[in-house]
Design a protein around this ligand. Structure first.
Ligand SMILES: NC(=O)C1=CN([C@@H]2O[C@H](COP(=O)(O)OP(=O)(O)OC[C@H]3O[C@@H](n4cnc5c(N)ncnc54)[C@H](O)[C@@H]3O)[C@@H](O)[C@H]2O)C=CC1
Ligand SMILES: O=C(O)[C@@H]1CCC=N1
Length: 273
């Protein structure tokens, strides 16, 4: 992407943990100069500290008029952390919050009337440019502000604009948290392989390669419904059918996933303050 305006005016990142760090990696890999980035984080990782030699401003003074400020602290820390950036509110700096739960109204109250704020929900595959981020702006964000947020987020994967803020709870539960479900699937498949007598290392690499390969196939066959891709694996009376009888039974994976995602969405609503 073109980082011109962000490179010229600067980007401030409040909180550089797993998700802030994943996005930062993506932006730097995409050509944003480290010297354009100011990170505020009381517990910087060693990897982040190593970027200081490339010009990244770590816990130093804020730029006077940054193009964008990214809020990537935990929702529970937002109230304590946000005052550090309050001086940038109400004006030309676009705020982009990726915090689960925290609403546009809450952020607007903290940052002052007229502050352009985009609420976004990314996921950690952003670190390798394969994230998916949903975003929505408040009433103070104009078309250029939304474009800027979308440009930044599309530098680390795909983006989708939404019209209703409350959809973010379900999106957080599905794609924000979703990578964890896939990693658990790898763990569960590997453990099941070990239970069937495979060596742990072999089971791990088979499980991982299977999920990676299936993901790539789902991507290359984007027009084919997942149900068809599943059917393609399933020989009548064969091994896959035997497994799917277990996974697709009442209270099987579909029911379990539905309950898991409902729990995550409920937690997202609880985190709303
Ligand atoms: N981890 C994920 O997969 C995703 C996380 N998110 C959201 O991203 C946000 C961050 O989550 P993670 O990166 O997982 O958490 P994390 O705990 O890895 O990172 C949070 C960072 O904030 C820093 N921090 C704490 N207090 C601070 C303060 N007063 N000022 C500046 N920095 C401060 C911490 O030192 C830490 O590095 C959360 O709001 C979460 O809801 C959104 C989508 C996905
Ligand atoms: O677990 C969480 O609350 C955050 C939001 C989505 C992914 N991680």
């Amino acid at each position: 992407m073109e980082f011109d305006e962000v490179a010229r005016r600067g980007l401030v990142l409040l909180g550089c943990g797993k998700m802030g760090g994943a996005m930062l990696d993506g932006w730097l890999a995409g050509g944003l100069p480290a010297s354009a980035v100011t990170v505020l984080d009381p517990k910087p990782s060693a990897g982040l500290e190593a970027r200081v030699s490339a010009g990244l401003n770590l816990n130093g003074e804020l730029p006077a008029d940054p193009a964008v400020a990214i809020l990537a602290v935990k929702p529970q820390m937002m109230g304590a952390a946000l005052p550090q950036l309050a001086a940038l509110g109400g004006g030309g700096t676009l705020f982009v919050s990726i915090a689960a739960g925290t609403t546009l109204a809450t952020l607007g109250d903290a940052l002052g009337a007229g502050t352009p704020i985009v609420r976004a929900m990314p996921n950690t595959p952003a670190a390798v440019g394969r994230g998916i981020t949903a975003l929505i702006g408040n009433a103070s964000v104009d078309a250029a502000g939304l474009d800027l947020a979308e440009n930044l987020l599309s530098a680390v994967g795909r983006t989708v604009r939404i019209d209703t803020e409350s959809e973010i709870d379900a999106i957080t539960a599905l794609s924000g948290s979703g990578p964890a479900y896939v990693f658990l699937l790898i763990e569960a498949m590997a453990a099941a392989g070990v239970a069937q007598g495979l060596a742990p290392e072999l089971a791990q690499s088979l499980a991982r390669a299977t999920v990676i390969g299936a993901g790539a196939l789902a991507e290359s066959a984007a027009e084919t419904p997942a149900a068809q891709l599943r059917t393609d694996v399933t020989s009548p009376g064969g091994t896959t059918a035997a497994a799917l009888q277990v996974l697709m039974a009442d209270e099987g994976l579909v029911d379990l996933m539905s309950r898991a995602i409902a729990a995550a969405a409920a937690r997202s609503r609880e985190l709303a303050v």
